[in-house]
Design a protein around this ligand. Structure first.
Ligand code: AMP
Length: 486
């Protein structure tokens, strides 16, 4: 506690830190807390898990007086992170309570308008804060400290104009704190325009590199899901996060795991806020051990006890890789990152391998039988038919008939099995019977087209995103890329 005291933290906050079992400051706290309390502008290079909430939180809590209007505004990229930070600030200020409100979209604005009348500190996402500014339901004229948390993510998500408008609505004379895992040129420009002689500090995250094992498997596109399922079954894990780049891949992975008896929770921006919060609670409480998520749905969340990170899709942005792996090997615990890499990930994976200091070991892909895909997202035609009540045109309800089709699909199965068995006889007649070890990407492509022409055989189910010859597919891919930040 002495070390926290020496940084200038007040007694009521010290008391709550003691109750939380915090013994000594993390690196970012050591470097930042004093500066924040003194009212300096700070640019902090710190990522998830570094202890950044207390790093900016202790200063803003003790510089805020109850019932003097909103004196601190923390902007975060996601709703979940806003909730998490507001909860942490609530806990830290337990012995000298302040009114701290989390303000974000996806929920009714009416109760927020009431809360804003007596809030001392606001933690919010840019869109909804801007909405309140436009409605005149938020008063930022008493702001003393503005925090831009996960600033790189906010810019990546296209919030730059919203953020600038919000900053322009805060008093010119204020303290500005910018926290970001990566300090890009855009961040530097933002700091130049809106900060006052900022002091730069940086710190490693809590992730202990000696406890973090990073590996990758190089697998055929159409065995990707099968390998994931196999690894989930054989790896001894506590909590597991499976990252996908798109909402539809989250649904695809999670629904198929469910059909195959592996309970998992999907989370992405297509769900209501209420559902997202409920899912995170279930995962936090370890009711279900596997969370299948997009980056932003899980951004910045502090989830303890994550032992395995799976990258089902390699992130498009190499920095995102750093964010993802920061969820494990924290606080002295072991962690493992497993990259399931197939040809559609190659470009992204090359960028990840270029990240300084990142060492990912190649592991020989084990033999995995191809599992039967049981759930597929609705196609455009099916969605149209459903929305216009046209009847199912033989395609059936979501997943249902197609699934039936698979199990009845003797011809396609026979086709695959037949080809597989001639090549892989003696391998136990597994589905498709292919051994991923021996496969080459070129051959996969050929096989896919011949398998696919056999009336929707499994062959092209797991790799549907790479079907870019089809203009509908291309549009879909574009839409998915747009909605990636969920
Ligand atoms: P944050 O990066 O602020 O999300 O913090 C990550 C996790 O580390 C949270 O669970 C904090 O409660 C915890 N934490 C933060 N600072 C400390 C500290 N000095 N000692 C122990 N745990 C800490």
């Amino acid at each position: 506690m002495q070390a926290f005291k020496e940084l200038g933290i007040s007694d009521p906050i010290l008391k709550s830190l003691e109750e939380h079992g915090f013994e000594k400051p993390s690196e970012i706290q050591e470097k930042t807390i004093k500066l924040v309390i003194e009212g300096k502008d700070v640019i902090a290079g710190a990522s998830t898990g570094s202890g950044k909430t207390l790093a900016f939180g202790s200063g803003i809590l003790q510089n805020t007086k109850k019932d003097y209007g909103v004196q601190a505004l923390v902007l975060t990229p996601t709703r979940e992170l806003a909730d998490q930070i507001a909860d942490a600030l609530d806990n830290f200020s337990k012995h000298d309570p302040l009114s701290i409100s989390a303000i974000y979209g996806g929920v009714s604005i009416i109760p927020q308008i009431k809360q804003l009348e007596y809030a001392d500190i606001i933690v919010g996402t840019p869109g909804r804060i801007l909405d309140h500014i436009e409605r005149g339901t938020i008063d930022l004229s008493n702001i003393k400290t503005l925090v831009l948390d996960e600033a790189d993510r906010m810019l990546d998500m296209g919030f730059i104009d919203d953020v600038k408008t919000i900053i322009n609505n805060c008093p010119k004379k204020r303290q500005t704190l910018l926290f970001s895992a990566t300090i890009s040129q855009d961040i530097v420009l933002l700091a130049q325009d809106y900060m006052n002689n900022p002091i730069e500090v940086s710190a490693e995250s809590h992730v202990d590199p000696s406890k973090l094992k990073q590996i990758y498997y190089d697998v055929d596109d159409n065995l990707k899901y099968s390998l994931l399922k196999h690894l989930l079954e054989i790896e001894k894990a506590k909590l597991v996060m499976v990252f996908c780049n798109t909402r539809s891949n989250v649904d695809f992975v999670s629904n198929n795991l469910k059909f195959m008896g592996i309970e998992s929770l999907p989370i992405h921006g297509g769900f209501s806020q209420e559902k997202r919060s409920r899912i995170l609670e279930q995962f936090h409480s370890k009711e279900v051990h596997v969370l299948v998520c997009t980056d932003v749905a899980a951004r910045g969340l502090d989830i303890k006890g994550v032992s395995h990170i799976y990258n089902y899709d390699t992130p498009n942005d190499a920095n995102e890789y750093i964010h993802r792996i920061g969820r494990t090997a924290r606080a002295g615990k072991e962690g493992k990152v497993i990259n399931v890499v197939s040809s559609r990930d190659y470009d992204n994976f090359r960028n990840v391998l270029d990240i300084e200091g990142v060492k990912i070991e190649h592991v020989e892909t084990p033999y995995v039988p191809r599992v039967r895909i049981r759930w597929m997202p609705e196609t455009k035609g099916q969605r149209y038919a459903r929305r216009h009540n046209i009847g199912d045109r033989g395609s059936g309800s979501r997943g249902g008939d197609r699934r039936g089709g698979y199990s009845r699909g003797g011809s396609s199965r026979g086709g695959y099995g037949g080809r597989g068995s001639s090549r892989d006889s003696g391998r136990g007649g597994s589905y498709g019977g292919r051994d991923s070890r021996g496969s080459s990407y070129g051959r996969t492509g050929d096989r896919r087209s011949s398998g696919g022409s056999r009336g929707g055989s499994y062959g092209n189910r797991d790799n549907r995103r790479s079907d870019n010859k089809n203009p509908v597919g291309r549009n879909k891919a574009r839409r998915e890329r747009k909605s990636r930040y969920d």
